[in-house]
Design a protein around this ligand. Sequence first.
Ligand code: T1G
Length: 692
Amino acid sequence: MSEVVKADNREGILVLTVDYPPVNALGAPVRQGLAEHLTSAQSDNSVKAVVIACAGRSFFSGADIREFGKPPQPPVLRDVQVMIENSTKPVIAAIHGNALGGGLEVALCCHFRITTKSAKLGLPEVKLGLLPGAGGTQRLPRVVGIEKAVQMIVGGEPVAGTEALALGLVNDVFDGDPGRAGEAFARRALAEKMPLKRVRDDDSKLQPAKANRQLFNDAVAAMTRRARGLVAPLACAECISYTLDYPFEKGLQLEREKFLELLNGEQSKAQRHVFFAERAAAKVEGVSADVKPRTVERVAVIGAGTMGGGITMSFVNAGVPVTLIEVAEDALSRGLGVIKKNYEATAARGGISAADVQKRMGLITGKIGLDHARDADLVLEAVFETMAIKKDVFVKLDAIAKPGAVLASNTSYLNIDEIASVTKRPQDVVGMHFFSPANVMKLCEIVRGAKTAPDVLATAVAIAKRIAKVPVVVGNCDGFVGNRILASRAKQAEELLLEGALPQQVDAVLTKFGLPMGPFAMSDLAGLDVGWRSRKDRGIKSEIADALCEAGRFGQKTGKGFYKYEGRAAVPDPDVERLIDETLQKMGRKRRAVSDDEIFERMVYPMINEGARILQEKIAARPGDIDIVWVYGYGWPVYHGGPMYYADTVGLKKIAERLSHYAKETGNPSLEPAPLLKQLADAGKTFASLAA
Ligand code: T1G
């Protein structure tokens, strides 16, 4: 009998406990074990009812994603589900931790479901570019109704046990051991002769939408508004519509077909890559799993500006109290005011309650003076981005902060070792680079200094996860991973304008690919004057951007930049085209027609090339780390997996050839393929082969 499924007949109640770490995914050994015990239970007269429960931290967390794309091993999940659904003896699912994807779909085949209040029940397949392919789109609407099912399946967010009870998704809630609770419920079901209902047989919850299809259409419209470029959300909605148009079995068959289509599709492959790359990125080279993070209970954030405010919100959103420190009252009250306004806006949209606003503001203590950082376990500096100011703050923090405190800088490109060098504790200094708006953006680039201690890195990764960020540990260089690659793209964007492309043409090529914004709209959002001032400091030129600034066009803040702005809408401006022509004339250059294909290749391939240099220099440990930085920090479309994953789908040989071509055409040697890219291309290899 199966090792991973333990069977315990407790006076007629057969409790099946699955133990398949780390998350009880429904892998082949689990399916085999369940099938064996369910089959024997049917003919075993001593068994009156069956309970399915899991050991460890969670009920089934879904199908085993690692098995996707491999030949299916029997029994397939559907076979196990049919055994459960057709059992003549009550089958009870006792849920704790998570019941996700195939895990909830198995539970929906049971006659009864009970759960802990804090458990998470959901169908998140859409986040993997998939849809619930084991009957979830046909059974869930029959239990919670069409609108809620659309919300849960197209959105992918789980519901908590308490809400599941209110929705009728479960029959009861319990505390304590799932096996025991399941056993108790089974005895009650037998004693009260509760009828064995199959979800598939009850269409009553579908009637309102069958009578008024607009209910379904409105729910879908609300949930697919932000699906930009993703195929899975619409496929999920289509499958749910089968419940309104077809009998159960037909709907199940159509769902299966649609599932296989997505499973073999490019988008889901890319999104599954991102799933595993995100988890791999949290594993730090040279820091073994037994290195314990330092305790972080009290956090001090230095600077209440845009970044300091957003970072503070991230901590208090996770229940971590923050001392927010400024140099002057007005700066502090301004910062606190912005935070409060943000929370009130979220509450007004129904995202949090008014009580939550109070509770979160209550976790923030505003103070004047660095002294107030003395008790903090973690001090996170988010002051103005110049080396002199950063050094001044760290010199003072070195004298104030308690021994063992982690000193982190939110710098977005300055040298972490140089900042650490002004302290007597460089081992405690690390970069924690958040992205604006910091309370929304998921990425946290953790910058490892030459002397940063392993447990400080482990602490930064752990705290980033605790505040729901995605940590990626990177090496120390100008711009780290994200901004360094961004700079290589910006260089080419500028070059393309000097050769004849227009800002709106370049931006359109990238937004068509799925990026939220092109480089020129992004510059207008950030403000062209910021780059202008720093170029002047460094004595370097960007002819067209400089000309725009000299004309007072700083971007959105002045209503004009590379575009003119009607409200928040960016509108191409003939004045910009005239200004570009004049600038090129002064430079003795002629505009030429530039194709969208060339723009795409010269925007994206240099990013990949810079990624190869970053891997060569070990600034990033894995190609997947670069992908996670760009997906969670710069809006690279998740269904293209990230720049390095995407490169493998195009083929490194082609990318290397195109880069060489453009290096010759433009006379720009930095476009030559990086040695690592060339080496892999010549060997017919992929970036993924580096991590294998
Ligand atoms: N399959 C295989 N491995 C999985 C897995 C899964 N479903 N879920 C997690 N892991 C691994 C993960 O890679 C990591 O491995 C370890 O478990 C811990 O994960 C037919 C088609 C459950 C909420 O989408 O959301 O069912 O890095 O670090 O933060 O309709 O994992 O240690 O080697 O994330 O505590 C649907 C996916 C599948 C849920 C736990 N299910 N998992 O979070 O730990 S598709 C999902 C999660 C499906 C059916 C369809 C989270 C978690 P390693 P972790 P965590």
